[in-house]
Ligand binder design. Structure first.
Ligand SMILES: NC(=O)c1ccc[n+]([C@@H]2O[C@H](COP(=O)([O-])OP(=O)(O)OC[C@H]3O[C@@H](n4cnc5c(N)ncnc54)[C@H](OP(=O)(O)O)[C@@H]3O)[C@@H](O)[C@H]2O)c1
Length: 299
């Protein structure tokens, strides 16, 4: 049976380290880390995410600011809010919760965030830094950054000689994940919906990352014996066995089948999921260290 990679415990370690780094920063007389979360409209799922981010920021000892703007906010008004936050020295991280209402150009909004405050890592400057291996100063998107920490817990920091297959090529998960694995010396293949014979390709992977968004698509016999399997997918499916109208979360991998073959695997929930917010805190404290002219802490 595979080792179960406990994302909750690794995320808790990251948050404890962020708390300690925040205390050290205050002891040095520097400004404490400030995180601004901006949400437009009333999407219930977004509100839950934002509340959770703000709560963890407070727990870390950050200055935590939340801008809740009405759905009818214009693009101009939102850009003005971002401009104000860019200029505010008490803010080190700016996060705009996606999706934005249809009348606002999300790309334009993200590119307006100052790259040194772009703790989501979506600004072209940060994407470019990751792509060129400038990891010392890049902000890396939180979900792949968290997935990478989980991989390192099992495999160490240098992944030389290992084959990695990333299934999914989104800008938020698949592509940055592939770049991180490449920077750690893996031989990387990115698969997507046009890939031929995905099962055979997946079986070549020492590290298999699933970021597809299709419930239990990846079967146990797609997994190479001993592989590290990172399941990024979060899919809600009906669970009539729990009662009428009930549902449950599953990943992109058939967990029980894959766990019988893999060397290590992340569960869903409790694997990659908790890492995302933890890495947002890590990026924000790193930004505060850089703003204070101090060495960036590593995680
Ligand atoms: N905190 C977290 O843990 C976290 C954060 C972000 C996302 N997620 C989850 O991760 C999953 C992926 O998210 P995302 O934002 O990357 O999704 P996305 O933007 O929808 O991208 C999905 C990718 O999967 C590929 N794909 C779809 N069907 C496929 C198939 N049959 N075979 C091979 N590849 C296929 C797509 O290929 P094409 O490009 O060819 O269409 C695309 O590149 C979702 O379940 C999401 O909920 C979790």
């Amino acid at each position: 049976m595979a080792e179960v990679i406990d994302g909750k415990s690794v995320a808790a370690d990251v948050v404890s380290k962020v708390k300690a780094l925040t205390a050290e920063l205050s002891a040095k007389g520097a400004t404490r880390p400030g995180l601004a979360v901006v949400i437009v409209g009333e999407d219930p799922a977004s509100q839950v995410y934002v509340a959770s981010k703000s709560r963890t920021a407070k727990e870390c000892g950050f200055h935590s600011l939340q801008h809740t703007l009405p759905a009818e906010t214009t693009e101009e008004q939102l850009l003005k809010t971002i401009g104000d936050l860019n200029a505010d020295p008490s803010i080190h991280g700016i996060l705009v919760q996606l999706p934005l209402p249809g009348h606002i150009d999300a790309g334009k909004v993200i590119q307006t965030i100052a790259p040194e405050k772009d703790v989501d890592g979506f600004h072209f400057i940060n994407v470019g830094k990751l792509g060129t291996g400038e990891l010392e100063t890049a902000f890396v998107p939180c979900t792949p950054a968290g997935s990478m920490l989980l991989i390192q817990r099992v495999r160490g920091k240098d992944l030389s000689g290992l084959n990695a297959v990333v299934v999914g090529r989104s800008n938020i998960v698949g592509k940055p994940m592939a770049n991180l694995l490449l920077a750690a010396n893996c031989t990387v293949t990115i698969a997507h919906s046009r890939t031929k014979d995905l099962p055979a390709l997946a079986r070549t992977a020492d590290i298999l990352v699933a970021a597809v968004g299709r419930p239990e698509m990846i079967k146990g016999d797609w997994v190479k014996p001993g592989a590290t399997v990172i399941d990024v997918g979060i899919n809600r499916i009906p669970a009539p066995e729990k009662g009428e109208g009930k549902s449950r979360l599953v990943g992109d991998v058939v967990y029980a089948e894959a766990a019988a073959v893999a060397g290590a695997i992340t569960p869903v929930p409790g694997g990659v999921g908790p890492m995302t917010i933890a890495m947002l805190m890590a990026n924000t404290v790193a930004s505060a260290y850089l703003a204070a002219g101090l060495k960036r802490p590593s995680f």
